[in-house]
Ligand binder design. Structure first.
Ligand code: ZN
Length: 173
């Protein structure tokens, strides 16, 4: 059985490192990391996870948009593993939306993100994939991608006034 890993918390150096490219998708270590990421994410109310959040500095993310108590209006999609992901914005348009992070508990913030992006990644089978993402799912992708760059969502807020305690955020719903 795959163990649920501890989530690295803000201040941990692994969250500030530029994560390493995965060179061999098929090796056992990578398979175990992906299994641990699935198990850990499923144990939370999160809609995505990046390998650095389980203290592994490799370029692997899972995007798993689903309606949860944390994100009641999130669209439902299958958890999608993305290895060595990259993206390009379709245009310069960004919108602010609420984000939280398993590594930054009890905080929410309004973060400007591109609303339409084209992404590339390698899937679990080792195949190159391209996808077009919009709105909330594009937001989740950009949030997780930032983790691979050593960034967290608080680094992208326009103003400290856009940072809320979760208890205050919940009053807005
Ligand atoms: Zn996060």
């Amino acid at each position: 059985m795959t163990e649920i890993r501890e989530i690295a918390q803000l201040g941990a150096s692994v969250l500030r490192q530029h994560a390493q490219l995965v060179t061999d998708v098929h090796n056992d270590e990578i398979r175990q990391i992906i299994a641990a990421m699935h198990a850990t994410l499923a144990n939370t109310q999160g809609v995505g996870i990046a390998a650095p959040q389980i203290s592994i500095s490799k370029r692997i993310i899972i995007v798993a948009s689903r309606p949860t108590a944390r994100y009641p209006s999130a669209p439902l999609m299958q958890p999608t593993v993305m290895i060595n992901p990259s993206f390009q914005a379709q245009n310069e348009h960004k919108e602010k939306g609420w984000e939280g992070c398993l590594s930054v508990p009890s905080i929410r913030a309004l973060v400007p993100r591109y609303t339409a992006i084209n992404i590339d990644y390698i899937d679990e089978q080792g195949n190159q994939q391209t996808l077009e993402l919009h709105d909330f799912v594009a937001r989740v992708f950009q949030h997780e991608f930032d983790h691979l760059q050593g960034k967290v969502f608080l680094d992208s807020v326009e103003s400290n006034q856009d940072i809320f305690a979760e208890s205050e955020y919940l009053k807005l719903l």
